[in-house]
Design a binder for this molecule. Structure first.
Ligand SMILES: Nc1ccn([C@@H]2O[C@H](COP(=O)(O)OP(=O)(O)OP(=O)(O)O)[C@@H](O)[C@H]2O)c(=O)n1
Ligand SMILES: O=P(O)(O)OC[C@@H](O)[C@@H](O)[C@@H](O)CO
Length: 432
């Protein structure tokens, strides 16, 4: 059963189409995408189909949907899922605020699922006609990393040629085997390429190809480009894509995908000083040390006025407090992030750095029992909103070498906390 998720689905699409017409995008014809996600992911060895496996608190398919939602010239996203996953898919769309997503039933094979998705773009389940796109992109839902510029290349080539597909160099040599399990012959690797996704088609080409598709192709085929050639005489333009087009197939691929997302979230941090001279001095020292650790650091006094824009583009914050174990500054960042719903799609990191400066320069007093407990309580609440709060305490030293070592330690700990984003360490007041 088709499940248009958003009332006004097509009016939203037309609105986006107007955007094209305003010349805001280089694509002036309607484009839709079909994400086949109806498989069981047997090769992962996991009970949960890989498209629904989560990392960083989010299922793989949500990353892929978000990738296409960010492309302004794609009006419709059709996700094809197995019947038993329909409710789960609807919940994911709701939880992560995905828009313009139509969910349809999958089939027993990938081609059957894709055909269901393609057909849904021109006809509702009750047979009512829908405004079909000029070009349809087909992209495995388990390929979360595709860039807009490559999607544009595939789309424009599909519009010109009727079909277009991504290819990548082969990593291993392809060989043919005998029935007895011996080498029959090997293929000259330079003459072959791996067929990847995304692929693009003039809508009528792929729709007709599926209407003419044989049962054998539906059952055993794995290549949409072949169907376009075999059943419509349309020879696809092949475009070499970047290495990021890989498909999550095995369990290790899920770990690789998580690592890539973490890396994209951990490129920079915003240090909030609160305006004090000592905090600013520490911030500038941290900026130098973290830069040497390949972490770009922006130093601001507070998150108001123009500085507030950091809240909508930064995934990592370091709040400095001098001689004050009050968490009010952290509370302010938390409140602003929660108001902006900033942590909906990715976990945000806040590191509270508590600098103890005693008047006579002696080693400052140890934290009272209050800080650690209050810290844990604050962090526990924040984690429910996908915000990871960590604490680091350091003591100011007038001895330059010792102070330098402490700052370097804070820089290393901050980079590690940002890059790892482990929920296990939230609420801890770590000692630099
Ligand atoms: N009946 C099917 C089979 C596969 N797919 C989708 O096609 C994409 C690529 O297929 P593949 O990587 O083979 O996924 P699975 O079939 O789930 O994996 P496996 O072969 O390991 O079971 C996946 O997003 C998968 O969900 C689909 O929509 N319907
Ligand atoms: O073969 P699988 O079902 O693992 O995955 C589908 C892939 O074959 C397919 O996405 C590309 O080869 C392009 O057709």
């Amino acid at each position: 059963m088709d499940r248009p998720v958003e009332p006004g689905h097509f009016s939203a699409c037309e609105a986006r189409l107007d955007k094209h017409m305003a010349g805001l995008c280089s694509v002036d014809f309607p484009v839709a995408v079909v994400l086949p996600a109806g498989g069981s992911g047997e090769r992962t060895g996991l009970l949960t189909p890989k498209q629904f496996c989560t990392f960083l608190n989010r299922p793989l398919i949500s990353y892929t949907i978000q990738t296409f939602e960010r492309v302004p010239w794609i009006q419709s996203i059709v996700v094809v899922v197995a019947k038993e996953s329909l409710d789960l898919m609807m919940d994911i769309i709701h939880r992560f605020h995905h828009r313009n997503v139509l969910v349809v039933h999958g089939g027993s094979t990938r081609h059957r699922s894709i055909f269901n998705g393609v057909r849904a773009l021109s006809e509702g389940e009750d047979g009512t006609a829908r405004v079909k796109p000029k070009v349809v992109i087909i992209h495995d839902a388990v390929r979360p990393f595709v860039e807009e510029d490559f999607l544009l290349k595939i789309t424009m080539a599909a519009k010109e040629q009727g079909a277009a597909g991504a290819i990548r160099p082969l990593v291993s040599t392809v060989i043919a085997t005998t029935l007895e399990g011996y080498l029959d012959h090997s293929l000259e690797r330079t003459k072959y390429r791996a067929s990847e996704m995304p692929q693009g088609f003039i809508y009528d080409v792929i729709y007709q190809a599926y209407q003419r598709c044989s049962e054998s192709d539906f059952e055993f085929g794995t290549e949409c480009l072949h169907l376009a050639l075999q059943y419509c005489g349309t020879n696809a333009k092949l475009i070499e894509g970047p290495p990021t087009l890989w498909k999550v197939t095995y369990k290790r691929d899920l770990a690789a995908a998580e690592s890539i997302v973490k890396e994209t979230l951990s490129q920079s941090a915003c240090v909030v000083t609160g305006g004090s001279a000592q905090a600013t001095e520490l911030a500038n020292a941290l900026q130098r040390s973290m830069s040497a650790l390949d972490m770009e650091v922006d130093v601001i006094s507070d998150l108001i006025g123009d500085n507030a824009k950091s809240l909508s583009k930064e995934w990592n914050f370091i709040q400095l407090s001098v001689n004050s174990s009050c968490f009010s500054e952290v509370g302010r960042i938390l409140g602003a992030l929660e108001e902006a719903d900033r942590a909906l799609l990715h976990p945000v990191v806040i590191i509270w750095v508590y600098l103890n400066v005693s008047e006579d320069g002696s080693s400052a007093s140890e934290p009272t029992g209050g800080e650690p407990a209050a810290m844990m309580e604050l962090a526990t609440g924040a984690k429910l909103g996908n915000i990871l709060v960590y604490g680091i305490q350091l003591h100011h030293s007038k001895e330059a070498t010792l102070w330098g070592r402490s700052v370097e330690k804070v820089a290393q700990m901050s980079c590690a906390l940002i890059r790892d984003r482990s929920p296990a360490l939230t609420g801890q007041l770590l000692q630099a």
